[in-house]
Ligand binder design. Structure first.
Ligand code: ATP
Ligand code: MG
Ligand code: MG
Length: 581
């Protein structure tokens, strides 16, 4: 395998390592403040990264970019990547999401275990540390309890052009703030009545430095800590503290957090000065998030699609969640390939959905076993083929892998072909079946169309043809007659019936949540067509089996619903990009 392509993050890591920036880092094998790591051995991981999802929804394709980046860097540098549940917000977090996230990170092929460490952590396990840090900050004069209402705080924070205004509580004595902070913790005050704020600079041009809130009161039980706490740390300081407790070296996040970096550094510096956190401290680096066309990745919007029943669930095969992509037939290696092709940069851009689809084709083409299927069946009768007779036809399992050998399936008098492979009145350049024309039945004989039958409504119900006995594929006479069309078929008496779900994009607008739009207006009303089709005899639709159905695309047996007795098959992707113009 070629060495990983360089990017600005690798340049930073290379330079950090060359300068020995993290050489003195100690790590006790478990998260904790300075004293936990004080006597710990020097860290064996050269770098430590983390993937920090909030367990408030399922992972989506955007998260895959962050997972591949963080776990990928750790792998390449012989370091560790932590899986950390950033569960500091009690309102929307659930264990169901925790389980789903663990399953999907594993599915993508990554592992948070390193040298015997089980680096799966929960930010909520740090609530005691965080509270201790808050008291230390208050005692040192770096934080105060503000008793303004949330509205007053918001108003006095100012705007981009207008400086903030100091709260009258800002200069209260540390002992008074400490008392109030303890009362807040002990549940003596209602939600919103007061908050702990950092004392930085209400006149800073960076609004994030205008005395940001550290703790707010929320009398809401938490999915892991129950009702132990009624104050919860705000993300902006919880996150750097979590990174430092875990000995993270490179904290990689998306560009929206660039303006938060000065506060990230401020809070860690104060806590290190106070002897609470061990140096060297982690550093934050930002990269451009994945914006994918034809997709929404906001968890709030994905949740809305689920709650309103617009899709069958988080793992609906049309969802951009990893669970949905998996059910749709995406493989972990296709998603990793996609992320590799994306690269990493600091420039925001929008990636066309076709790039993701092409990664799936490129991943599956060399490995997917081939099969034939007929999804919109029309009967073809070979009128000169003896009734009751069958013979075997041979086809490669995968033309890219001759060593995989060949498969065989029967031909008989009555076949299923695609309705679209016959026309009573063919348009120009139509080379498939029409009265008088000859085509090859792929892997079988050349046949000449001799007629057709219609029902009362004018619908063609049966096509008739005669086969040319000397023209079977793989025999010396195969090329004796030249034809331009090659159609797929299955023997009607032998084929396996299957429900096949033809999915299309969930949205038919490239920017479903663009400015001024309601993303629900962009829902594609035609994003799923169900067909009763026929599969090559012998096909066993075990859940998650993938095939290329010749001429049709890549398909997967639905992992939830399919059984060999009653196959339910999803189209993952067509062979060619049907959206390209
Ligand atoms: P959402 O907006 O969907 O709620 P989020 O960023 O709030 O997403 P988190 O669970 O906090 O969701 O994300 C975990 C990690 O995944 C974060 O480090 C975040 O930067 C990263 N991430 C989320 N979305 C994307 C994306 N579209 N591209 C790259 N990384 C992403
Ligand atoms: Mg988030
Ligand atoms: Mg979010």
């Amino acid at each position: 395998t070629p060495p990983p392509a360089s990017n600005f993050l690798r340049t930073i890591i290379d330079s950090d390592l060359a300068q020995g920036r993290y050489a003195g880092k100690r790590w006790a094998g478990k998260p904790g403040p300075a004293d936990v790591h004080a006597d710990a051995p020097a860290d064996t991981a050269r770098i430590r990264t983390r993937f920090p999802p909030e367990p408030n929804g399922y992972l989506h394709i955007g998260h895959a970019k962050s997972i591949c980046l963080n776990f990928g860097l750790a792998q390449d540098y012989g370091g560790a990547c932590h899986l950390r549940f950033d569960d500091t917000n009690p309102e929307k977090e659930e264990d169901e999401y925790v389980r789903a996230i663990i399953e999907m990170v594993r599915w993508l092929g990554f592992d948070w275990r390193f040298n015997g460490e089980d680096n799966c952590y929960f930010a909520s396990d740090y609530f005691d540390f965080m509270y201790g840090f808050a008291e230390a900050l208050v005692q040192a004069g770096h934080a105060y309890v503000d008793e303004q209402s949330p509205e007053e705080m918001r108003a006095s924070r100012g705007t981009l052009t207008e400086k903030g205004v100091n709260s009258s509580w800002r200069s209260r004595p540390a002992e008074e703030s400490l008392l109030r902070l303890r009362e807040m913790r002990d549940g003596k005050h209602p939600d919103g009545s007061m908050a702990l704020r950092a004392r930085i600079d209400m006149g800073s041009p960076n609004i994030n430095l205008r005395d940001p809130v550290l703790y707010r009161i929320r009398h809401t039980p938490h999915h892991r800590t129950g009702s132990t706490w009624c104050i919860y740390p705000m993300y902006a300081w919880a996150h750097p503290v979590e990174d430092a407790l875990e000995g993270i070296t490179h904290s990689i996040c998306t560009l929206e957090f660039e303006d938060q970096r000065p506060f990230y550094d401020w809070i860690l510096e104060r806590l290190a000065e106070l002897g609470q956190l061990a140096r060297p401290l982690p550093h934050q680096h930002e990269f451009a998030r994945l914006n994918l066309s034809y997709v929404v990745t906001s968890k709030r919007k994905l949740l809305q699609l689920v709650r309103e029943g617009r899709v069958s669930g988080w793992d609906d095969p049309r969802m951009p969640t990893l669970a949905g992509l998996r059910r749709r037939g995406y493989t972990p290696s296709a998603i990793r390939l996609f992320c590799e092709r994306l690269g990493v940069s600091k420039a925001d851009s929008r990636i066309d959905y076709s790039i993701l689809e092409q990664a799936l084709r490129d991943d599956l083409d060399p490995v997917a076993p081939r099969a034939v299927a007929v999804l919109d069946p029309l009967k073809l009768v070979l009128t000169n083929y003896p009734e009751g007779q069958t013979e075997l036809c041979h086809a490669p399992r995968n033309p890219h892998a001759p060593e995989a050998g060949s498969r065989e399936f029967p031909l008989s008098r009555e076949l299923w072909i695609e309705r679209d492979d016959f026309r009573e009145d063919p348009p120009k350049k139509y080379f498939r079946l029409f009265p008088g024309n000859t085509v090859r039945l792929k892997y079988g004989y050349i046949v000449r169309c001799t007629g057709f039958v219609k029902d009362d409504s004018g619908q063609v119900t049966e096509v008739h043809a005669e086969y040319l006995p000397d023209t079977k594929s793989g025999t010396p006479g195969a090329d004796s007659v030249k034809v331009k069309g090659n159609i797929t078929w299955v023997s009607a008496a032998h084929a396996v019936p299957a429900e096949v779900r033809l999915y299309d994009r969930l949205f038919n607008d490239a920017h479903p949540d663009g400015a001024g739009k309601d993303f629900l207006d962009a829902l594609n009303p035609d994003s799923c067509h169900v067909r009763q089709g026929w599969l090559e005899p012998g096909t066993r639709a075990e859940p998650e089996t993938v095939w290329q159905f010749e001429r049709l695309g890549y398909f997967v047996a639905d992992r939830e619903l399919s059984t060999p007795e009653k196959p339910i098959i999803n189209r993952a992707i067509t062979l060619k990009d049907s959206w390209a113009h």
